[in-house]
Design a protein around this ligand. Structure first.
Ligand SMILES: *Cc1c(COP(=O)(O)O)cnc(C)c1O
Length: 469
C-alpha cells in the first residue's frame, strides 16, 4: 500500500515510512493512494470474530508490503489483549435501537488507547528492525498524553516527552500520565496553556537541529496509523447489530475529526453506514461547516468536554481532499487561503455531497449536563461529557428510527468527575479496579518555564533513555 499527501507535492511513501513521518513534506497529511474495498460477503464472514482477528482483516491491506501477516497478527493480539473488557469495544443499549459503543476499556480509559496501544507496538517493531531510536514529542490537554505514554512505555527504542499545561489538567488525567514511571518517559508541565505546549511541538518539528540527528515522531491524530486503527470498531459494532445486511448510523463526539474520519473510511471500504453525526461542544467549527458551509476560525472556549476544545480540526483536510476529487493542488490553495483569512467554504455541490452522509450538532455545557442527567435517569448509565454530547446529537439529528444508532463512547466518566458532579450523578462514579490506587501512586514530572529553548535543552539532555542524545 502506498500513501499520498493531501497537498499533492510530497513523495508517496509506504506504511512504515508514513508511520515515522508525521506531516508530509508539503505540509499535507498522508492518505492511502487507493482505499481497500470489501464485499458484503467478505464483511459478513467476519461476524463473531474476536476483536484482534477482525482488526487483522480490516487493517491488513493498509500494512501490506510492510509487515508479514504472522507478525501483524501477533502485534494485534498483544495490543487488544491489554483491554480490560473481553469484548474490547462492547455495546451498551440505551433505548430501542440506540446504543453506546464503549471505547474506554483500555489502560487510560479513553478511545485513544485503540490507536496508541497499536502505534507504540508498531513503532517498536520497525525501530528494532532498523536499529534506530526516535523521540516523540507531544502536547496534551489530557487524554492524548496518557494514552501515548501507556502506548510507548514498553518501547525499547522510543523516548517520549509529553507536555501538559501546569495545573490545568484534571488530577485524574495528570496522575494517569505522571504515575507511569520509566527512564524513557518524560512528563513536562509547562508554565503556560495548551496552545503554548502545542506551539513548542510544532516549532520542534519545523527545526529538529536540537535532536542531533535523532528522528522526531508525531503521535497526534495526523499520524495515519491512528486513523487506521479506529476504522476497525465501526465494523465491529455493525457486525454485532446485523450489519452488513442492514445499514447503521453513528454519532461521534468530535474534535480533530480523526475518529469520525475513520467512520467515513469504513463506509468507503464497503460498510453500509447511512449517517455520520459530527457532535461538537461550543467549539463548533465543524458544526458550522456541516450546517452552513462555513469553516471559520473562532476563539477557543474552554468547556466541560476539554478533549474536544479545538479551534481548527487537523484531519478535516483529509475530507477536503476527497471532496475535491483528490486534487492536492486545490486543497493546498484552499488551506493557504484559510491560513491567511481564517475562513473556508467549498463549492455548493461539494458541500451537498458531504451533507448526504454527515449531519451535525453543537452542544453547550448546559446541554451536556442535562444529557448526562437524563440518561442516568432513563437507564442508570453514567456518561462522560464527550459521550453525552454524542448521545444528544444522535437523538436530535437521527434520520431514521429503524436504522440502529450507535454513539461512540469516547471516555470513561471517572476521567471527568467535574462534569458528572455538575450533572448531579457524581455519587455513581467509581475508579475501575486497575486504577483504584491511582491517587496513592508515585508521580514524576518536571516543571519548565514556557520557553522553547528550555524545553529543547531538556529533550536533548534526556532523549536517550534519560541520558543525553
Ligand atoms: C480525543 C477525544 C475526542 C475527539 O476525537 P477526535 O478524533 O479528535 O475528533 C473525543 N472525546 C474524547 C474523550 C477524546 O479524548
Amino acid at each position: 500500500m502506498r500513501y499520498i499527501s493531501t497537498r499533492g507535492q510530497a513523495p508517496a511513501l509506504n506504511f512504515e515510512d508514513v508511520l515515522l513521518a508525521g506531516l508530509a513534506s508539503d505540509g499535507g497529511l498522508y492518505v492511502p493512494e487507493n482505499l481497500p474495498r470489501f464485499t458484503q460477503e467478505q464483511i459478513a464472514s467476519w461476524a463473531g470474530l474476536p476483536y484482534h482477528e477482525l482488526a487483522f482483516n480490516v487493517m491488513r491491506p493498509f500494512v501490506s508490503g510492510s509487515i508479514p501477516d504472522a507478525d501483524f497478527k501477533q502485534i494485534l493480539q498483544d495490543t487488544y489483549g491489554v483491554f480490560e473488557h473481553k469484548a474490547v469495544a462492547p455495546l451498551r443499549q440505551l433505548d430501542s435501537n440506540e446504543w453506546v459503543m464503549e471505547l474506554f476499556h483500555g489502560p487510560t480509559l479513553a478511545f485513544k488507547d485503540f490507536a496508541l496501544q497499536l502505534l507504540g507496538r508498531l513503532l517498536d517493531y520497525f525501530l528494532v528492525k532498523r536499529g534506530e531510536r526516535v523521540v516523540i514529542m507531544g502536547a496534551t490537554s489530557g487524554d492524548t498524553g496518557s494514552a501515548a505514554i501507556e502506548g510507548c512505555k514498553a518501547c525499547e527504542n522510543v523516548d517520549i516527552f509529553i507536555m501538559h499545561p501546569h495545573n490545568r489538567v484534571s488530577e485524574v488525567q495528570r496522575r494517569q500520565m505522571t504515575s507511569i514511571l520509566g527512564d524513557n518517559i518524560h512528563n513536562i508541565a509547562i508554565e503556560g496553556n495548551f496552545d503554548d505546549c502545542q506551539e513548542m511541538v510544532k516549532a520542534s518539528f519545523a527545526d529538529q537541529g536540537f535532536l542531533k540527528g535523532t528522528r522526531l515522531v508525531a503521535v497526534n491524530s495526523i499520524n495515519w496509523a491512528r486513523i487506521m486503527a479506529q476504522i476497525v470498531y465501526y465494523f465491529h459494532a455493525a457486525l454485532q447489530l446485523g450489519g452488513p445486511a442492514r445499514s447503521m448510523a453513528f454519532s461521534v463526539p468530535t474534535g480533530n475529526f480523526g475518529d469520525i474520519f475513520a467512520g467515513y473510511l469504513a463506509r468507503n471500504m464497503g460498510l453500509p453506514i447511512s449517517q455520520l453525526i459530527v457532535a461538537t461542544n461550543r467549539n463548533d467549527i465543524l458544526h458550522r461547516f456541516m450546517s452552513g458551509n462555513h469553516y471559520d476560525k473562532d476563539t477557543l472556549h474552554p468547556s466541560l468536554s476539554p478533549s474536544m476544545d479545538i479551534m481548527v480540526s487537523s484531519n478535516f483536510e483529509r475530507l477536503l481532499f476527497d471532496l475535491h476529487g483528490r486534487n492536492g493542488a486545490l486543497v493546498a490553495e484552499l488551506l493557504d487561503a484559510f491560513k491567511i483569512s481564517g475562513k473556508l467554504s467549498v463549492e455548493d455541490d461539494r458541500w451537498t455531497e458531504a451533507r448526504k452522509l454527515f449531519d451535525s450538532l453543537a452542544v453547550d455545557d448546559e446541554g451536556t449536563c442535562a444529557t448526562i442527567a437524563a440518561v442516568f435517569e432513563q437507564c442508570g448509565e453514567v456518561l462522560d461529557p464527550h459521550t453525552a454530547i454524542g448521545v444528544r446529537a444522535a437523538r436530535e439529528c437521527r434520520r431514521s428510527l429503524s436504522v440502529p444508532m450507535i454513539t461512540l463512547g469516547t471516555a470513561h466518566p471517572v476521567k471527568f468527575p467535574d462534569a458528572v458532579r455538575q450533572a448531579g450523578v457524581g455519587e455513581a462514579l467509581h475508579l475501575p479496579a486497575h486504577l483504584s490506587d491511582l491517587f496513592e501512586r508515585e508521580e514524576r514530572m518536571t516543571v519548565l518555564p514556557n520557553s522553547l529553548a528550555d524545553v529543547q535543552a531538556f529533550v536533548a539532555a534526556h532523549g536517550n533513555r534519560g541520558k543525553p542524545l
